[in-house]
Design a protein around this ligand. Structure first.
Ligand SMILES: [Zn+2]
Ligand SMILES: [Zn+2]
Length: 326
């Protein structure tokens, strides 16, 4: 399922090594031949509501997203309760936590001469929630192996709620061609399951990156433009990026991956110990890893670079010369 070049039905992943951590048992909906039965899949119980905060604006050629990553729909109860039948397959021990996500994507994305590989996070959906690639922390088909809630989401170890496939809780409002459901990190749109004639799309209808080009409505205009589509087949949403520029998400771009701290490894759960100071997080808002940053302190300006600490969901400004942020 992982390829090192664009290939239809595969994910061209920037990362080939996965650290493990995911569902601990095979669900009875797995057919054993790589296929699985959506209708038999368990979901995590619960209908928890969240204080969703999400804004989307276009400023200076950029599409700017600010989100706390808490969805505009209900979620299941996480950590998964021992009383939930899903617990027999997946013991996701993580709680959902508010995040501070700011993303700037090109408002008018352009096709690159060559596609590029995708990292852990691939886009943001109109529910305010990030969408990851199709892999769990072991490099397996995440929608097949992990038990998610009834909106196809679950939290990773920093509490960041995310999808691996199109969420059924984002309503596809249009007849014929599907509605816009979100944006990939190269700025191109992510649409639902249906193509121009209103028929459901399969991988065979799309290119290696899981998209195609035809006239779509884009910011109120009809334009001939590349875009991605969701399918019910692996890789579900994106196989690679077609755009010229991509941004890095909060879990760390190309090397970021999904992960669940396992219940027998409590040390990995959440951000144990030393939460970085808010100023160090704010200093890296909207920046990418290794970008220069500065923190204003009573003792003067401290300069450094934005780094992603282990288990952290956000970049933190680390003073030059290493050491903890002030
Ligand atoms: Zn289309
Ligand atoms: Zn996941």
């Amino acid at each position: 399922m992982i390829s090192s070049a664009p290939q239809r039905g595969y994910v061209w992943s920037c990362m080939a090594q996965f650290n493990g951590g995911g569902a601990q048992a095979a669900g009875p909906w797995l057919n054993g031949d790589g296929t699985w039965d959506l209708t038999r899949k368990l979901t995590v119980d619960g209908a928890v509501e969240w204080p969703h905060e999400f804004t989307l604006t276009v400023e200076g050629g950029k599409r700017v997203f600010q989100s706390n990553d808490l969805p505009d729909h209900v979620t299941g109860i996480f950590p998964i309760s021992p009383g939930d039948d899903a617990y027999q397959v997946d013991r996701n021990p993580n709680a959902i936590r508010s995040q501070s996500v700011r993303l700037e994507l090109p408002a008018e994305p352009a096709l690159a001469p060559q596609p590029s590989c995708i990292g852990g996070e691939v886009g943001i959906m109109l529910s305010g929630v990030l969408i990851f690639n199709s892999f769990d922390a072991e490099g397996r088909d995440a929608p097949a192996n992990e038990v998610q809630d009834s909106c196809q989401g679950h939290p990773q170890q920093a509490g960041l709620y995310h999808y691996h496939s199109l969420s059924g809780c984002i309503t596809d409002t249009s007849a014929g061609h599907s509605a816009l459901m979100g944006y990939a990190f190269d700025g191109f749109g992510i649409y639902g399951y249906y193509g121009e004639d209103g028929a459901e799309l399969a991988n065979a209808d799309l290119d290696e990156c899981h998209g195609h080009t035809h006239a779509i409505e884009w910011d109120g205009r009809i334009v001939e433009m590349y875009h991605y589509h969701a399918t019910h087949e692996f890789p579900y949403v994106l196989g690679c990026f077609r755009g010229t520029s991509t941004v890095q998400g909060p879990i760390g771009g190309q090397q970021g991956q999904d992960g669940q701290a396992q219940p027998d490894q409590p040390g990995q759960t959440g951000q144990a110990g030393g939460q970085p100071p808010q100023e160090a997080i704010t200093a890296c808002a909207g920046l990418t890893a290794n970008a220069a940053c500065s923190i204003n302190t009573p003792n003067g300006l401290i300069v450094g670079t934005c780094q992603l600490p282990p288990q952290a969901a956000q970049l933190v400004c680390v003073p030059a010369g290493g050491g903890p942020p002030p």
